[in-house]
Design a protein. Structure first.
Length: 432
């Protein structure tokens, strides 16, 4: 029997790893499925019961339990298999106690973050949905910030993603804003509006799909300065930054090589600061670790906003939400109920809301939960092909003999209470 747990990280988390339609398929294939009662899940208990699932609170007899976000450590059962976003692969300190408990209990953990194909591309993820919700919320934040500054724009009419009944309803509202911009233009004080995207993966693609509902003109990073200086208020300038636009080789006369940058980022220095003065909005969609140069530093923002200056930059939609990471002024994560704060460069602190002399930072760390219906459906579609194999695997055999599809086996972080070979590096983070 497999279990589908209720999400309890916060009151906003209404997603499910498998929808009633997915559970119907599994039950018809001969699997027993228990779904934990939830008062907030986007799909009601009755919808799961109608397709053959058992609704209950206790999942302790389920051999494999599927969830979305982290599971409280006191809920783990000895010897069980858990499939969820563990958020431990970077050695995240806030999840090491959870990982230690899983090891103590002899559990097996399969982490969605590491379900990849042979080329290392992730297969089960919420990337595009994070981009959708993050861009909707970023445009909402921009409208609120401009309104606070006394600049009247049609963006003021937008709401957060969670306040629309569906993604389509949100996109329709953005299209209406786009029509107003195209016909009347934006005020000269902010025209042209320039929106930059870092990265070109699933998250960025989702965010760009939302922005496309506005009247957009795309330019290259090299053309951004002139477009920002000469564009009008009836078009939004869009620019996408790839790695070669963010760094240059340290060696004199060196040329950019993507593979070298990934393998030896220390050979490169960051140059993203040259783009920032021309951006009204930055949407950060790239994975970052300390090996790589930052995009935006505290020092950069201190210079932009110093001495009473009012730069073009109003909002940073940090969809990646790496705390003090690629965007150094992302000092803390937020949630959908209190999604934004202003970073005050001259004081090196943040204040909630959209008012203050500094950029608004959107840093919601579980953005897809704002679109729970679409996010759950798409995620479950990607997960479903692997569920039967995960459910029927024999987890009592040694790891080398564990029969799972290669993308899933690559995602096994612990097996029988031991770190698997690819994840033994986590020992240094566990304090053992």
């Amino acid at each position: 029997m497999i279990g589908v747990r209720r999400e309890d990280k916060n009151d906003w988390e209404r997603r499910a790893p498998l929808t009633p339609d997915h559970v119907r398929t599994l039950v018809q294939g001969g699997l027993e499925v228990a779904v934990q009662h939830s008062p907030i899940r986007v799909f009601p208990d009755d919808a799961y019961a109608a397709v053959g699932a058992t609704i209950r609170d206790d999942l302790s007899d389920c051999e494999v339990v599927f969830g979305v976000k982290e599971i409280p450590k006191e809920l783990f059962e000895a010897g069980r298999t858990y499939v969820f976003f563990a958020h431990v692969i970077k050695g995240q300190p806030y999840n090491m106690a959870m990982l230690r408990r899983l090891l103590e209990l002899g559990c097996t953990v399969i982490c969605y973050e590491k379900v990849t194909d042979d080329e290392g591309r992730r297969l089960v993820l919420f990337g595009r949905q994070a981009g959708w919700a993050g861009m909707i919320d970023t445009l909402w934040a921009l409208g609120q910030r401009l309104d606070r500054e006394g600049i009247e724009t049609p963006l003021k009419a937008l709401r957060q993603a969670r306040m629309y009944e569906s993604l389509e309803a949100a996109l329709t509202a953005i299209e209406e804003v786009g029509a107003a911009i195209a016909s009347k233009g934006l005020p000269a004080a902010i025209a042209p509006l320039t929106v930059g995207f870092t990265g070109y993966g699933n998250v960025s693609a989702g965010a760009q799909e939302v922005l496309a509902r506005l009247p957009v003109r795309e330019v290259t990073p090299d053309d951004l300065p002139s477009a920002a200086a000469t564009g009008d208020g009836k078009q939004v300038i869009k620019v996408v930054f790839k790695e070669e636009h963010m760094v240059v080789p340290r060696a004199a006369g060196g040329t950019f090589e993507l593979s070298e940058y990934y393998d030896h980022p220390e050979r490169y220095r960051g140059t993203f600061a040259r783009h920032v003065p021309h951006l009204s909005v930055l949407v950060n969609c790239i994975y970052w670790t300390p090996r790589y140069p930052r995009l935006i530093t505290r020092d950069l923002l201190h210079g932009l906003y110093g001495a009473g200056c009012t730069p073009r930059l109003r909002v940073i939609g940090d969809i990646s939400c790496d705390i003090e990471g690629g965007v150094e002024c992302t000092l803390k994560p937020t949630d959908p109920g209190d999604p934004v704060y202003v970073y005050l460069p001259e004081e090196d602190r943040v204040v909630t809301g959209v008012a203050g002399h500094g950029p608004v930072v959107l840093a919601v760390d579980n953005l897809p939960c704002e679109l729970p219906l679409e996010a759950s459906r798409d995620f479950g579609d990607a997960l479903l092909p692997f569920v039967d194999a995960i459910a029927r695997a024999n987890y009592q055999v040694p790891f080398d003999d564990l029969e799972l599809p290669p993308p899933i086996k690559r995602a096994v972080i612990t097996h029988q209470g031991k770190l698997t070979p690819d994840f033994r590096y986590l020992k240094k983070h566990l304090g053992d």
